[in-house]
Design a protein around this ligand. Structure first.
Ligand SMILES: Cc1ncc(COP(=O)(O)O)c(C=O)c1O
Length: 472
């Protein structure tokens, strides 16, 4: 037995591939009927997965049974049409095919000289993103594993552009509603917690520019160096879009880097009717996007655009004598624009999906998610026992169930979410603002269509008849 021959070790490739494909396709077909939330509390089962590595290869069928029958069902059905919780992801199938191509060809997409065509396909994808977001020619970017990684790269760029090596005086500003990845990115970039300001949000959960300016003024008086404002093109809690244009103007006045977190909402800029709401996004210094949210791609697809591409390069470039020289200007060398050297060929999943579907379909799907969210909002606002706030800025809105006082309302709202989940057609998640618990409806899964919104509305009506305010 030639134990070191790995290519011949697992049987016939095409037979293995067709068995996997068969399971994948039947999984996709059964998605709408799968539980909206599997048993994520089966701790004994999860512990049992920490098994020892086998000395000899195992049979594929047993492994596929484990994955498809045991592991995957015990999770949130994030790919299902009824998933309206958190920020739904996507998972368009062409991206899976692209990953198969990328991982089997396994060319080195980190360095331009090693795989120029692969790097240029990635550059092409970044050009698309740049154009869709209205960024100018000199923009450069990087495809990342997600919004958190993009935010980290943006904070590092802003830090390098504005601060001296003594970074201790540098201060970052983001609204109290901003995503927690900003604090994490700050810490990873060497900016400690006491230099991250949580700017007050107004009653519509949008960053209050007057408070921002006041905080900047006070920090300057203290001898600190404000350098970065992160605004949200759609917050995770309530979907609020900060006043991006006003923040941009304030940043220009104060010479601050303006980074827009468009992880949730950035792709709504592809819909002309949404551009006014997102005005200012195209003028920012940098923009984080999550194609694995708004462009319906699988998890692990994020992006960062930086208006002055040389800034991104200055923060990330590096070479060594054992590497080929970097390409002449105009070509795109991914490892010079991000932290990774070896990396997956991320661009192919975006490129192949956009090539196969075309932008008309993709953008129509984004626009539809907003329409569906508006329809759900209208229906909720017509229910006397539900309190809604202003119409969604994008495709997410919060609400609560009215009751007798705050505690009762929090309890009723939680109960509604739990009952919805156990009815199994749609899943929502919640968040807290101060002591208030809010339910949230977020429409962003490409599989969510009119039928799921109707199911949501019907189920909410039925549940409201079942749950009642506490009697005094
Ligand atoms: C507004 C916002 N920003 C940033 C992130 C972080 O993105 P990722 O999970 O891709 O790291 C999220 C995630 O949901 C988000 O909603």
């Amino acid at each position: 037995m030639d134990w070191a021959d790995l290519d011949d070790a697992y049987g016939d490739r095409s037979e293995l591939a067709s068995r996997v494909l068969e399971r994948v396709l039947s999984h996709l077909e059964s998605l709408p009927d799968q539980p909206i939330c599997g048993d994520v509390e089966d701790l004994d089962f999860f512990r049992s997965l920490r098994s020892e590595a086998p000395t000899s290869g195992q049979e594929l069928s047993t492994l596929l049974d484990l994955i498809f029958d045991e592991v995957v069902p015990r999770s949130f059905n994030t790919a299902g049409p009824g998933y309206l919780a958190y920020i739904p992801g996507g998972g368009l199938f062409p991206a899976a095919l692209a990953d198969l191509i990328a991982t089997t060809t396994n060319r080195f997409s980190g360095v331009w000289q090693a795989a120029p065509g692969l790097a240029e396909i990635e550059a092409c994808v970044l050009d698309w993103l740049r154009d869709w977001m209205g960024f100018p020619e000199g923009t450069r970017g990087i495809l990342t594993p997600g919004g958190s990684a993009s935010t980290l790269a943006a904070v590092i760029c802003a830090r390098d552009a504005h601060l001296s090596p003594d970074i201790r005086e540098g201060v970052i500003y983001a609204s109290e509603e901003a995503h927690h990845c900003i604090q994490k990115a700050a810490r990873l970039a060497g900016i400690f917690e006491d230099r991250v300001r949580h700017v007050a949000a107004d009653e519509e959960s949008r960053l209050c520019v007057a408070s921002l300016e006041e905080m900047v003024r006070r920090d300057r008086e203290q001898g600190l160096r404000p350098f970065l404002v992160v605004s949200s093109a759609g917050t995770t809690n309530t979907g609020a879009v900060d006043p991006l244009a006003e923040i941009q103007a304030a940043c220009a006045r104060e010479s601050l880097w303006h980074h827009v977190d468009g992880a949730y909402g950035g792709f709504f800029h592809c819909c002309p009717e949404m551009r006014e709401r997102l005005q200012g996004l195209s003028e920012a210094d940098s923009l984080a996007l999550d194609p694995h949210k708004g462009l319906f791609l699988p998890y692990g697809t994020g992006a960062l655009l930086v208006r002055d591409g040389q800034r991104l390069k200055a923060s990330h470039s590096g070479t060594a004598s054992y590497l080929p020289s970097t390409p002449s200007d105009g070509f795109y060398d991914p490892s010079q624009y991000g932290p990774e050297l070896s990396r997956p060929w991320r661009g192919l999943r975006v490129w192949l999906t956009v090539q196969l579907l075309g932008t008309r379909r993709l953008f129509a799907a984004i626009a539809e998610k907003r329409e569906l969210a508006l329809a759900a909002y209208e229906a909720f606002s017509a229910m006397p026992r539900i309190h809604v706030f202003h119409p969604p800025d994008l495709s997410l809105f919060p609400f609560y169930v009215r009751g007798r006082g705050l505690e009762d309302e929090n309890g009723l709202t939680r109960e509604l979410l739990e009952r919805l989940r156990s009815r199994g057609r749609v899943m929502l998640s919640g968040c807290s603002q101060g002591s208030r618990f809010l339910g949230r409806v977020c429409v962003l899964s490409y599989r969510t269509r009119q039928a799921q919104i109707e199911a949501l509305i019907d189920d909410v009506r039925v549940i409201l008849d079942e749950i009642h305010p506490q009697s005094t």
